[in-house]
Design a protein around this ligand. Sequence first.
Ligand SMILES: [Zn+2]
Length: 83
Amino acid sequence: MPTYQYIAINVEEGCPRCRKGFDLRRPVDRAPLTECPLCKKPVKKVITSVNTPRLTKPMSLSDAKSAGFTVLEKRIDGSYEKL
Ligand SMILES: [Zn+2]
């Protein structure tokens, strides 16, 4: 079951819980939460990058190699050359 993070749309109106944001475990097939379970003020889902970490910068070839990746370059004849 994924955990979603919610936060009050109007942070001034929310209770201390949703003003700071809260996590909620919720089945995928359930509709997204639209109001705070405590104060019933509207909340919105926060898109977190917990499961999909973003790279802050493109990985260079040397970075990839030093990180232990095997870097393959496609050659003109269609085969792959290990760099
Ligand atoms: Zn609230």
